[in-house]
Design a protein around this ligand. Structure first.
Ligand code: GLA
Length: 726
């Protein structure tokens, strides 16, 4: 609910459990007055303290009122070069070369429903949303800044976006345009980021904010394996179940920066948006720029509640039809089974091995096209390699379908190998600066997706494939970071647009796919989880979470991922043991338990499984399908931290609390292990539950006294408890 106090120009955004407030003050400076647990409201600007602080200057119109400074007041969207020396939200340069942004409130608009963003992914929905638009203006440069707020009350979600319009007669260069700025009138806060590398993504890292700026970012052109465009600021004592925390995500898949600053007054500012590195958009008179959407959840009750609100909001209001509610297939992928070394007969043999195991989709991974026998060649030539697959997809797909499975395909549309027909014909289609040798990544170059003709060509090639055979799934991969970012299609003065235009180009093709093939399920991928962000989730309802398929490493990766992203987004497969990435040996049970806390599938040669393994797989797929709704749409509870606890446990609970699935994987085994209990969460304390079909254990007992853990026997054993209310 958005409450407006017109007279005092106070805007209060209430969600179920939180309140957010801003006010345009007497100088039309937009002050941020509150964000936290829900309160009754009123004008909270009365609480703001004014005091003269040395070297905190004063706007011209306040005269000698030295206690009024943009440097000390909490700002809703920080200005630049006019007295606030904290992180700016915006920077632009008119023709005089100045770099000032003095933003003053000019008006608002309020309506039911959710605003839309042109060409960018964003949360969607109807009457359950409210939108507030605040207009600000820099009078001298005639630049208008519109701040968009979407309020999804039930999910405690506040989205934000920013549109900048050049209303002057001069060209303006926009050099920074954050999506979100948040000034916290709170003391000590911790900053949590999700960091890692290829094959070890999104490991939480928590540290107190110290004076100055701490930030994570990506300059890789993608959101990256290394940091995620999702961060948390929280009270020092906040944990899973207690304490105040704020989660902030960017709905964007390119370069980003999340910067938190602890100020001279021991307050804190968070700024989130596109990283200003090599970002510069030229806005001619009348032109505008829209910054990607950001989304906030504040939880007064710890990280668990915050995550569940993000999960629900992403599932219900970001992932689109038909896949936001529909069951996704249990798949098998041939990558770790064959790598590049396969033929049609070999694939059919593997698919035969999958027959009768509950697998619903067969995915042919890399190596099916052009001269792609290794990762040194072929990207860009999206026509079937007829030596490997005689008769093409038209011949192969029906053979797979005859085994009772749908057919899916791997593709890496954004890339080109130098050893390819496409590159030989269009070397200038790859990103690169004329006269400079390009940097290779995985021996490949990046196509310039900021260019329409490049996109049109690639889309045409994709259409040919999709129209020629019955393909129900695409794995859209992207296996390197961007470098040599320069586009032949733009003049020197506009090269700072290429990073962002590239991302818009990717979104454009994904949107065309959605328009032309609405039933096609697309799984995002970038060397595993190198582009695991809400921007991609808008187009690809699931994303391959990591190239690391080891169940034990995955416990950590999926734990970190779960702070923001729902289980239904997490691409996760059972692969062979010893694992191909780290040699670890784990049981089929443990691998299945971990993978089914994701989209679930198998990535191994199922024709080589023993009879016992086949029985296990059959049980696992049946169990997964039986509890699909609970796992994918239920509420997710983290029961332990795999980075510190001797075991990892998590729980899916149905929205009505009548059903739950508890999964647990033990750590390294030990003799004389301590006696431990696992305390469950989210149950109805008054109900009695059967555990794995037996007994009648009260919910309060399970939550407060806990369930005794089995004694470990061997490393990394798993256990699942299915609870149903009597
Ligand atoms: C990336 C993906 C893998 C696989 C290979 C194929 O690394 O993450 O799953 O598809 O590419 O080359």
């Amino acid at each position: 609910m958005i409450v407006l106090d017109k007279e005092n120009r106070v805007f209060t955004l209430h969600t179920q459990n939180t309140t957010y407030q801003m006010k345009a003050d007497r100088h039309s400076i937009l002050l941020h007055t509150y964000y936290g647990p829900r309160i009754s409201g009123g004008d909270l600007s009365d609480l703001i303290q004014y005091a003269d602080r040395g070297f905190s200057p004063n706007p011209n119109e306040v005269g000698d009122a030295r206690d009024y400074s943009l440097d000390t007041l909490p700002q809703e969207y920080s200005s630049c070069g006019v007295g606030d020396f904290r992180i700016p939200s915006i920077e632009f340069e008119p023709e005089d070369g100045s770099r000032l942004a003095d933003l003053r409130y000019t008006g608002y608009e309020l309506y039911r429903g959710k605003y839309c963003l042109e060409d960018l992914p964003a949360f969607w929905g109807g009457e359950e949303w409210e939108t507030l638009v605040i207009r600000m203006r820099d009078t001298a440069a005639k630049m208008v800044v519109e701040l968009y707020y979407g309020v999804l009350e039930e999910r405690d979600l506040i989205t934000r976006a920013v549109r900048v319009v050049n209303q002057g007669a001069e060209t303006v260069r926009l050099q920074r345009c954050a999506s979100l700025c948040l000034d916290f009138q709170r003391d000590d806060l911790d900053f949590i980021t999700f960091d890692g590398c290829h094959t070890m993504e999104r490991c939480p890292s928590r540290a107190p904010l110290r004076p100055g700026i701490q930030s994570v970012n990506s300059l890789r052109g993608t959101s990256s394996h290394h940091h995620n465009p999702f961060v948390i600021l929280c009270d020092r004592e906040a944990n899973e179940d207690y304490g105040l925390c704020y989660g902030a995500m960017l709905v964007y898949s390119g370069n980003f920066q999340a910067a938190a600053e602890r100020t001279q007054l021991e307050n804190n500012r968070l700024v989130l948006g596109i990283d200003p590195y090599n970002f510069c958009f030229t806005l001619a008179p009348g032109e505008s720029f829209t910054a990607p959407e950001a989304a906030l959840v504040c939880s007064p009750r710890g990280f668990g509640q915050m995550s569940r609100q993000f999960h629900r909001a992403l599932r219900e209001h970001l992932i689109r039809d038909p896949y936001h509610g529909k069951r996704r297939p249990v798949l098998m992928n041939n990558w770790e089974a064959t790598y590049f070394d396969f033929t049609a007969d070999r694939l059919v043999e593997i698919a035969k091995g999958a027959q009768g195991l509950g697998i619903e989709l067969f995915v042919m991974d890399d190596g099916w096209f052009g001269s792609r026998d290794t990762d040194l060649s072929g990207l860009g030539d999206w026509s079937v390699n007829l030596n490997k697959l005689p008769g093409g997809l038209e011949a192969l797909v029906p053979r797979i379908q005859a085994l009772g499975m749908g057919f899916g395909l791997w593709i890496e549309p954004e890339m080109v190998s130098e050893n390819s027909l496409l590159y030989r014909e269009h070397p200038d289609w790859a990103l690169g600066v004329p006269g400079r040798p390009q940097t290779r990544g995985r021996s490949q170059l990046v196509l310039d997706f900021s260019r329409r003709e490049v996109r049109d060509y690639i889309y045409g090639a994709m259409q040919k494939i999709l129209d020629g055979a019955s393909i129900s799934y695409l794995k859209w991969d992207m296996n390197r970071s961007l470098s040599d970012v320069w586009s032949a299609s733009l003049p020197a003065s506009r090269q700072g647009e290429v990073y962002h235009r590239y991302v818009l180009g990717v979104y454009d093709i994904l949107e065309r796919l959605r328009r032309d093939y609405p039933e096609l399920l697309i799984e995002g991928c970038s060397g595993g989880g190198g582009r695991f962000d809400a921007g991609m989730l808008y187009y690809t309802p699931q994303i391959w979470c990591s190239d690391n398929t080891d169940a034990v490493d995955r416990l950590r990766i999926q734990y970190g991922t779960s702070f923001c992203y729902p289980v239904s987004a997490v691409g996760s497969h059972v692969s062979v043991s010893p694992n191909e990435q780290n040699g670890r040996v784990t049981s089929m049970e443990t691998r299945g338990t971990v993978a089914m806390s994701g989209t679930f599938g198998y990535e191994m040669d199922l024709s080589k499984c023993t009879q016992e393994e086949r029985e296990t797989i059959k049980r696992q797929t049946a169990f997964f399908k039986e509890h699909y709704g609970l796992i994918q749409q239920g509420d997710y509870y983290r029961l332990s931290d795999p980075f510190t606890a001797p075991f990892t446990a998590w729980e899916h609970v149905s929205p009505d609390g009548r059903e739950a699935l508890v999964s647990l994987v033990t750590g390294p085994t030990q003799a004389a292990a301590p006696f431990r209990r696992l305390r469950l969460k989210g149950l109805d304390p008054k109900l009695k539950y059967q555990v794995n079909g037996e007994g009648a254990c009260p919910g309060d007992v399970l939550m407060e006294a806990g369930w005794p853990l089995p004694m470990p026997w061997g490393d990394h054993q798993s256990m699942q408890l299915y609870l149903s209310a009597l």
